[in-house]
Design a protein around this ligand. Structure first.
Ligand code: NAD
Ligand code: UDP
Ligand code: UDP
Length: 315
Protein backbone atom coordinates (compact mmCIF):
# COMPACT_ATOMS: atom_id res chain seq x y z
CA UNK A 1 0.00 0.00 0.00
CA UNK A 2 1.40 3.43 -0.97
CA UNK A 3 0.15 6.89 -0.17
CA UNK A 4 -0.23 9.48 -2.91
CA UNK A 5 2.45 11.70 -1.41
CA UNK A 6 4.96 11.80 1.39
CA UNK A 7 3.49 12.70 4.79
CA UNK A 8 4.82 13.66 8.22
CA UNK A 9 3.67 10.81 10.43
CA UNK A 10 3.85 10.54 14.21
CA UNK A 11 4.02 7.02 15.69
CA UNK A 12 3.59 6.93 19.48
CA UNK A 13 4.99 3.77 21.03
CA UNK A 14 7.21 3.59 17.94
CA UNK A 15 10.03 1.75 19.71
CA UNK A 16 7.75 -1.12 20.69
CA UNK A 17 7.05 -4.37 18.88
CA UNK A 18 4.29 -3.16 16.53
CA UNK A 19 5.49 0.45 16.43
CA UNK A 20 8.96 -0.42 15.16
CA UNK A 21 7.51 -2.50 12.31
CA UNK A 22 5.13 0.35 11.47
CA UNK A 23 7.94 2.97 11.46
CA UNK A 24 9.94 0.77 9.09
CA UNK A 25 7.01 0.33 6.70
CA UNK A 26 6.19 4.05 6.66
CA UNK A 27 9.82 4.92 5.89
CA UNK A 28 9.87 2.31 3.12
CA UNK A 29 6.75 3.99 1.69
CA UNK A 30 8.58 7.32 1.51
CA UNK A 31 7.15 9.16 4.55
CA UNK A 32 8.78 11.23 7.28
CA UNK A 33 8.44 9.42 10.60
CA UNK A 34 8.55 10.94 14.08
CA UNK A 35 8.81 8.13 16.62
CA UNK A 36 7.78 9.06 20.16
CA UNK A 37 8.38 6.65 23.02
CA UNK A 38 9.20 6.71 26.75
CA UNK A 39 10.92 3.29 26.50
CA UNK A 40 8.71 1.75 29.18
CA UNK A 41 8.52 -1.55 27.27
CA UNK A 42 10.03 -0.47 23.96
CA UNK A 43 13.67 -0.94 23.09
CA UNK A 44 16.12 1.37 21.41
CA UNK A 45 17.48 -1.72 19.63
CA UNK A 46 14.11 -2.13 17.86
CA UNK A 47 14.72 1.13 16.02
CA UNK A 48 18.54 1.20 15.90
CA UNK A 49 18.51 0.32 12.18
CA UNK A 50 16.29 3.37 11.53
CA UNK A 51 18.32 5.92 13.51
CA UNK A 52 20.55 6.99 10.62
CA UNK A 53 17.66 7.31 8.17
CA UNK A 54 17.26 10.92 6.90
CA UNK A 55 13.45 10.79 7.22
CA UNK A 56 13.42 9.26 10.74
CA UNK A 57 13.38 11.19 14.00
CA UNK A 58 13.22 9.83 17.55
CA UNK A 59 11.85 11.75 20.53
CA UNK A 60 11.82 10.43 24.10
CA UNK A 61 8.49 11.57 25.48
CA UNK A 62 5.65 10.30 27.66
CA UNK A 63 2.27 10.75 25.95
CA UNK A 64 0.56 11.54 29.26
CA UNK A 65 2.17 14.99 28.81
CA UNK A 66 1.19 17.40 26.01
CA UNK A 67 3.13 17.24 22.76
CA UNK A 68 3.37 20.12 20.31
CA UNK A 69 4.66 19.03 16.89
CA UNK A 70 3.46 19.51 13.32
CA UNK A 71 2.23 16.33 11.64
CA UNK A 72 -0.21 15.10 8.97
CA UNK A 73 -1.05 11.73 10.52
CA UNK A 74 -0.83 10.14 13.97
CA UNK A 75 -0.70 6.45 14.88
CA UNK A 76 -1.32 6.21 18.63
CA UNK A 77 0.25 2.93 19.79
CA UNK A 78 1.81 4.03 23.10
CA UNK A 79 0.76 1.59 25.85
CA UNK A 80 2.33 -1.55 27.28
CA UNK A 81 0.50 -4.50 25.69
CA UNK A 82 1.60 -7.49 27.78
CA UNK A 83 -0.51 -8.26 30.88
CA UNK A 84 2.54 -8.49 33.18
CA UNK A 85 3.79 -5.08 32.02
CA UNK A 86 0.47 -3.22 31.96
CA UNK A 87 -0.37 -4.61 35.43
CA UNK A 88 3.02 -3.63 36.92
CA UNK A 89 1.98 0.06 37.16
CA UNK A 90 -1.78 0.01 36.52
CA UNK A 91 -2.37 3.69 37.31
CA UNK A 92 0.21 4.66 34.71
CA UNK A 93 -1.49 2.28 32.23
CA UNK A 94 -4.83 4.07 32.64
CA UNK A 95 -3.08 7.45 32.37
CA UNK A 96 -1.28 6.37 29.21
CA UNK A 97 -4.52 5.22 27.64
CA UNK A 98 -6.74 8.13 28.70
CA UNK A 99 -4.41 11.14 29.03
CA UNK A 100 -2.37 9.85 26.08
CA UNK A 101 -5.52 9.69 23.94
CA UNK A 102 -6.63 13.19 25.04
CA UNK A 103 -3.23 14.69 24.22
CA UNK A 104 -2.96 12.97 20.86
CA UNK A 105 -6.55 13.93 19.98
CA UNK A 106 -5.79 17.52 21.01
CA UNK A 107 -2.74 17.41 18.77
CA UNK A 108 -4.84 15.97 15.91
CA UNK A 109 -7.46 18.67 16.43
CA UNK A 110 -4.91 21.49 16.28
CA UNK A 111 -2.97 20.11 13.30
CA UNK A 112 -6.04 18.62 11.51
CA UNK A 113 -4.15 15.32 11.35
CA UNK A 114 -5.85 12.01 10.71
CA UNK A 115 -5.48 9.86 13.84
CA UNK A 116 -5.33 6.07 14.28
CA UNK A 117 -5.93 4.35 17.62
CA UNK A 118 -4.46 0.96 18.50
CA UNK A 119 -7.44 -0.43 20.37
CA UNK A 120 -7.72 -4.05 21.34
CA UNK A 121 -9.82 -7.20 21.44
CA UNK A 122 -9.65 -6.71 25.24
CA UNK A 123 -12.54 -4.24 24.87
CA UNK A 124 -14.68 -7.41 24.49
CA UNK A 125 -13.38 -8.73 27.86
CA UNK A 126 -14.28 -12.38 28.50
CA UNK A 127 -16.80 -12.52 25.64
CA UNK A 128 -20.17 -14.33 25.45
CA UNK A 129 -20.30 -13.66 21.70
CA UNK A 130 -18.03 -15.82 19.59
CA UNK A 131 -16.43 -14.91 17.24
CA UNK A 132 -16.38 -11.28 18.34
CA UNK A 133 -18.10 -8.77 16.06
CA UNK A 134 -17.58 -5.01 16.31
CA UNK A 135 -21.18 -4.39 17.43
CA UNK A 136 -20.71 -6.59 20.55
CA UNK A 137 -20.31 -4.31 23.59
CA UNK A 138 -18.20 -6.73 25.57
CA UNK A 139 -18.06 -8.21 29.07
CA UNK A 140 -15.36 -6.38 31.00
CA UNK A 141 -14.69 -6.35 34.73
CA UNK A 142 -14.31 -2.64 35.65
CA UNK A 143 -12.34 -3.26 38.88
CA UNK A 144 -10.07 -6.21 38.13
CA UNK A 145 -6.35 -6.59 37.37
CA UNK A 146 -6.94 -6.21 33.62
CA UNK A 147 -9.23 -3.20 33.97
CA UNK A 148 -6.49 -0.55 33.71
CA UNK A 149 -5.87 -1.81 30.20
CA UNK A 150 -9.36 -2.90 29.13
CA UNK A 151 -11.22 0.12 30.53
CA UNK A 152 -8.39 2.45 29.54
CA UNK A 153 -8.70 1.30 25.93
CA UNK A 154 -12.51 1.49 26.10
CA UNK A 155 -12.33 5.07 27.40
CA UNK A 156 -9.84 5.92 24.64
CA UNK A 157 -12.38 4.66 22.07
CA UNK A 158 -15.03 6.87 23.71
CA UNK A 159 -12.73 9.87 23.41
CA UNK A 160 -11.99 9.12 19.75
CA UNK A 161 -15.68 8.98 18.87
CA UNK A 162 -16.52 12.08 20.93
CA UNK A 163 -13.71 14.05 19.24
CA UNK A 164 -15.15 12.85 15.95
CA UNK A 165 -18.70 13.97 16.85
CA UNK A 166 -17.71 17.16 18.67
CA UNK A 167 -14.72 18.34 16.62
CA UNK A 168 -15.14 16.46 13.33
CA UNK A 169 -11.78 14.68 13.59
CA UNK A 170 -10.78 12.07 11.05
CA UNK A 171 -10.41 8.93 13.20
CA UNK A 172 -9.45 5.31 12.55
CA UNK A 173 -9.98 2.85 15.40
CA UNK A 174 -8.54 -0.67 15.00
CA UNK A 175 -9.36 -3.44 17.49
CA UNK A 176 -6.21 -5.51 17.34
CA UNK A 177 -6.28 -9.21 18.24
CA UNK A 178 -3.20 -11.11 19.52
CA UNK A 179 -0.30 -10.38 17.18
CA UNK A 180 3.17 -11.90 17.24
CA UNK A 181 6.41 -11.81 15.29
CA UNK A 182 10.05 -10.75 15.33
CA UNK A 183 11.00 -7.97 17.82
CA UNK A 184 8.67 -9.13 20.56
CA UNK A 185 10.71 -8.70 23.72
CA UNK A 186 12.08 -12.05 25.03
CA UNK A 187 10.78 -11.06 28.51
CA UNK A 188 7.58 -9.55 27.17
CA UNK A 189 5.50 -12.16 29.02
CA UNK A 190 2.96 -12.78 26.26
CA UNK A 191 2.28 -16.37 25.35
CA UNK A 192 3.96 -16.60 21.93
CA UNK A 193 7.27 -15.11 23.09
CA UNK A 194 7.21 -17.04 26.38
CA UNK A 195 6.59 -20.39 24.69
CA UNK A 196 9.24 -19.87 22.00
CA UNK A 197 11.90 -18.69 24.45
CA UNK A 198 11.15 -21.58 26.83
CA UNK A 199 11.22 -24.13 23.98
CA UNK A 200 14.53 -22.82 22.63
CA UNK A 201 16.09 -22.89 26.11
CA UNK A 202 14.74 -26.38 26.83
CA UNK A 203 12.86 -25.04 29.86
CA UNK A 204 9.39 -26.13 30.95
CA UNK A 205 6.64 -24.39 28.98
CA UNK A 206 4.29 -22.53 31.31
CA UNK A 207 0.62 -23.12 30.50
CA UNK A 208 -1.76 -21.07 32.62
CA UNK A 209 -4.93 -22.96 33.54
CA UNK A 210 -5.79 -26.12 31.59
CA UNK A 211 -4.55 -24.69 28.28
CA UNK A 212 -7.98 -25.04 26.69
CA UNK A 213 -8.52 -21.26 26.49
CA UNK A 214 -8.22 -20.03 22.91
CA UNK A 215 -6.58 -17.15 21.09
CA UNK A 216 -6.26 -16.27 17.40
CA UNK A 217 -2.75 -15.24 16.39
CA UNK A 218 -1.96 -12.74 13.63
CA UNK A 219 1.50 -12.33 12.13
CA UNK A 220 2.86 -8.78 12.42
CA UNK A 221 3.32 -8.14 8.67
CA UNK A 222 -0.35 -8.93 8.02
CA UNK A 223 -1.42 -6.61 10.83
CA UNK A 224 0.68 -3.68 9.56
CA UNK A 225 -0.93 -4.11 6.11
CA UNK A 226 -4.28 -3.76 7.88
CA UNK A 227 -3.13 -0.54 9.68
CA UNK A 228 -2.09 1.04 6.36
CA UNK A 229 -5.29 -0.04 4.58
CA UNK A 230 -7.40 1.42 7.37
CA UNK A 231 -5.46 4.69 7.47
CA UNK A 232 -5.82 5.19 3.71
CA UNK A 233 -9.53 4.27 3.64
CA UNK A 234 -12.18 6.94 3.03
CA UNK A 235 -13.10 9.34 5.83
CA UNK A 236 -16.43 7.73 6.73
CA UNK A 237 -14.62 4.49 7.65
CA UNK A 238 -13.84 5.24 11.27
CA UNK A 239 -13.99 1.73 12.71
CA UNK A 240 -13.96 0.31 15.25
CA UNK A 241 -12.77 -2.48 13.02
CA UNK A 242 -11.34 -5.85 14.04
CA UNK A 243 -7.85 -6.68 12.75
CA UNK A 244 -6.63 -10.18 13.51
CA UNK A 245 -6.31 -13.69 12.17
CA UNK A 246 -9.51 -15.71 12.68
CA UNK A 247 -7.68 -19.06 12.88
CA UNK A 248 -8.30 -20.09 16.50
CA UNK A 249 -6.00 -22.29 18.62
CA UNK A 250 -5.99 -23.42 22.21
CA UNK A 251 -2.92 -22.35 24.18
CA UNK A 252 -1.99 -26.04 24.53
CA UNK A 253 -2.12 -26.45 20.74
CA UNK A 254 0.10 -23.38 20.31
CA UNK A 255 2.65 -24.83 22.74
CA UNK A 256 2.63 -28.19 20.95
CA UNK A 257 3.17 -26.55 17.55
CA UNK A 258 6.12 -24.54 18.90
CA UNK A 259 7.64 -27.65 20.49
CA UNK A 260 7.35 -29.48 17.16
CA UNK A 261 8.77 -26.58 15.11
CA UNK A 262 11.75 -26.10 17.44
CA UNK A 263 12.39 -29.83 17.96
CA UNK A 264 12.51 -28.99 21.68
CA UNK A 265 12.48 -31.51 24.52
CA UNK A 266 10.57 -29.05 26.76
CA UNK A 267 7.62 -30.35 28.78
CA UNK A 268 4.36 -28.52 29.46
CA UNK A 269 4.03 -27.21 33.04
CA UNK A 270 0.56 -26.20 34.21
CA UNK A 271 0.25 -23.11 36.44
CA UNK A 272 -2.79 -21.26 37.88
CA UNK A 273 -4.88 -19.23 35.44
CA UNK A 274 -4.61 -15.46 36.13
CA UNK A 275 -7.89 -13.75 37.15
CA UNK A 276 -10.25 -12.55 34.37
CA UNK A 277 -8.25 -14.40 31.69
CA UNK A 278 -10.61 -14.56 28.67
CA UNK A 279 -11.71 -18.15 27.84
CA UNK A 280 -11.93 -17.64 24.09
CA UNK A 281 -11.07 -15.07 21.49
CA UNK A 282 -11.49 -14.99 17.73
CA UNK A 283 -12.15 -11.99 15.49
CA UNK A 284 -14.99 -11.73 13.03
CA UNK A 285 -13.16 -9.89 10.23
CA UNK A 286 -16.07 -9.50 7.78
CA UNK A 287 -15.89 -5.69 8.12
CA UNK A 288 -12.13 -5.57 7.41
CA UNK A 289 -12.67 -7.80 4.38
CA UNK A 290 -15.57 -5.71 3.09
CA UNK A 291 -14.35 -2.16 3.81
CA UNK A 292 -10.56 -2.56 3.60
CA UNK A 293 -10.22 -5.55 1.28
CA UNK A 294 -7.98 -6.95 4.02
CA UNK A 295 -7.50 -10.44 5.40
CA UNK A 296 -4.40 -12.05 6.86
CA UNK A 297 -2.24 -14.14 4.53
CA UNK A 298 0.31 -15.76 6.84
CA UNK A 299 -0.68 -18.91 8.71
CA UNK A 300 0.44 -19.71 12.25
CA UNK A 301 3.13 -22.26 11.36
CA UNK A 302 4.68 -20.00 8.72
CA UNK A 303 4.66 -16.99 11.03
CA UNK A 304 6.05 -18.99 13.95
CA UNK A 305 8.85 -20.27 11.73
CA UNK A 306 10.10 -16.69 11.14
CA UNK A 307 9.51 -15.69 14.75
CA UNK A 308 11.48 -18.69 16.05
CA UNK A 309 14.32 -17.80 13.65
CA UNK A 310 14.34 -14.28 15.14
CA UNK A 311 14.40 -15.49 18.75
CA UNK A 312 17.32 -17.80 17.95
CA UNK A 313 19.34 -14.67 17.11
CA UNK A 314 18.50 -12.76 20.31
CA UNK A 315 18.55 -15.27 23.18
P1 NAD B 1 4.87 -2.90 23.18
O1 NAD B 1 4.80 -2.95 24.67
O2 NAD B 1 5.97 -3.62 22.50
O3 NAD B 1 4.88 -1.39 22.66
C1 NAD B 1 4.29 -0.34 23.35
C2 NAD B 1 5.21 0.88 23.24
O4 NAD B 1 4.60 2.01 23.89
C3 NAD B 1 6.56 0.64 23.90
O5 NAD B 1 7.61 1.05 23.06
C4 NAD B 1 6.48 1.51 25.16
O6 NAD B 1 7.75 1.94 25.62
C5 NAD B 1 5.59 2.65 24.67
N1 NAD B 1 4.91 3.38 25.74
C6 NAD B 1 4.24 2.86 26.81
N2 NAD B 1 3.74 3.84 27.56
C7 NAD B 1 4.10 5.02 26.97
C8 NAD B 1 3.90 6.40 27.29
N3 NAD B 1 3.19 6.77 28.38
N4 NAD B 1 4.42 7.32 26.47
C9 NAD B 1 5.15 6.98 25.36
N5 NAD B 1 5.37 5.69 25.03
C10 NAD B 1 4.85 4.73 25.82
O7 NAD B 1 3.45 -3.43 22.66
P2 NAD B 1 2.91 -3.70 21.18
O8 NAD B 1 2.55 -5.12 21.09
O9 NAD B 1 3.82 -3.11 20.19
O10 NAD B 1 1.55 -2.88 21.21
C11 NAD B 1 1.41 -1.61 20.58
C12 NAD B 1 -0.02 -1.12 20.74
O11 NAD B 1 -0.91 -2.06 20.13
C13 NAD B 1 -0.48 -0.96 22.18
O12 NAD B 1 -1.29 0.19 22.28
C14 NAD B 1 -1.30 -2.20 22.44
O13 NAD B 1 -2.28 -1.98 23.42
C15 NAD B 1 -1.89 -2.46 21.07
N6 NAD B 1 -2.26 -3.87 20.89
C16 NAD B 1 -1.30 -4.81 20.66
C17 NAD B 1 -1.66 -6.14 20.51
C18 NAD B 1 -0.66 -7.23 20.22
O14 NAD B 1 -1.03 -8.39 20.19
N7 NAD B 1 0.60 -6.94 20.00
C19 NAD B 1 -3.01 -6.51 20.62
C20 NAD B 1 -3.95 -5.52 20.88
C21 NAD B 1 -3.56 -4.20 21.00
N1 UDP C 1 -2.55 19.09 23.16
C1 UDP C 1 -1.31 18.63 22.80
N2 UDP C 1 -0.78 19.06 21.62
C2 UDP C 1 -1.43 19.94 20.79
C3 UDP C 1 -2.70 20.39 21.19
C4 UDP C 1 -3.24 19.95 22.37
O1 UDP C 1 -0.68 17.83 23.49
O2 UDP C 1 -0.87 20.27 19.76
C5 UDP C 1 -3.12 18.62 24.43
C6 UDP C 1 -3.48 19.75 25.35
O3 UDP C 1 -2.53 19.77 26.39
C7 UDP C 1 -4.84 19.40 25.89
C8 UDP C 1 -5.27 18.13 25.15
O4 UDP C 1 -4.32 17.97 24.11
O5 UDP C 1 -4.77 19.08 27.25
C9 UDP C 1 -6.63 18.24 24.57
O6 UDP C 1 -6.68 19.34 23.69
P1 UDP C 1 -8.05 20.02 23.32
O7 UDP C 1 -7.73 21.19 22.42
O8 UDP C 1 -9.02 19.04 22.82
O9 UDP C 1 -8.60 20.48 24.70
P2 UDP C 1 -8.39 21.78 25.60
O10 UDP C 1 -7.00 22.29 25.35
O11 UDP C 1 -9.44 22.73 25.14
O12 UDP C 1 -8.57 21.28 26.98
N1 UDP D 1 -0.41 -17.80 28.78
C1 UDP D 1 0.12 -19.03 29.12
N2 UDP D 1 1.46 -19.09 29.37
C2 UDP D 1 2.28 -18.02 29.30
C3 UDP D 1 1.72 -16.77 28.96
C4 UDP D 1 0.36 -16.70 28.71
O1 UDP D 1 -0.58 -20.04 29.18
O2 UDP D 1 3.50 -18.17 29.53
C5 UDP D 1 -1.86 -17.73 28.46
C6 UDP D 1 -2.63 -16.61 29.16
O3 UDP D 1 -3.09 -17.03 30.41
C7 UDP D 1 -3.75 -16.36 28.16
C8 UDP D 1 -3.12 -16.66 26.80
O4 UDP D 1 -1.97 -17.46 27.07
O5 UDP D 1 -4.79 -17.29 28.37
C9 UDP D 1 -2.69 -15.41 26.03
O6 UDP D 1 -1.92 -14.63 26.94
P1 UDP D 1 -1.18 -13.29 26.50
O7 UDP D 1 -0.55 -12.73 27.73
O8 UDP D 1 -0.30 -13.54 25.34
O9 UDP D 1 -2.31 -12.31 25.97
P2 UDP D 1 -3.83 -12.00 26.36
O10 UDP D 1 -4.57 -12.41 25.15
O11 UDP D 1 -4.26 -12.80 27.56
O12 UDP D 1 -3.83 -10.54 26.64
Amino acid sequence: MRYDRSRRILVTGGAGFLGSHLCQRLLNDGHEVLCVDNFYTGLRSNITPLLGHPRFELKRHDVTFPLYVEVDEIYNLACPASPIHYQADPVQTTKTNVLGAINMLGLAKRTKAKIFQASTSEVYGDPEVHPQTENYWGRVNPIGFRSCYDEGKRCAETLFFDYRRQHDLSIKVARIFNTYGPRMHPNDGRVVSNVIVQALRGENITIYGDGHQTRSFCYVDDLIDGFLNLMSSSDEITGPINLGNPAEFTIKELAEIVVALTGSSSQLEYQPLPPDDPRQRKPDIAKAEQYLGWSPKIGLREGLHDTIAYFKTVI
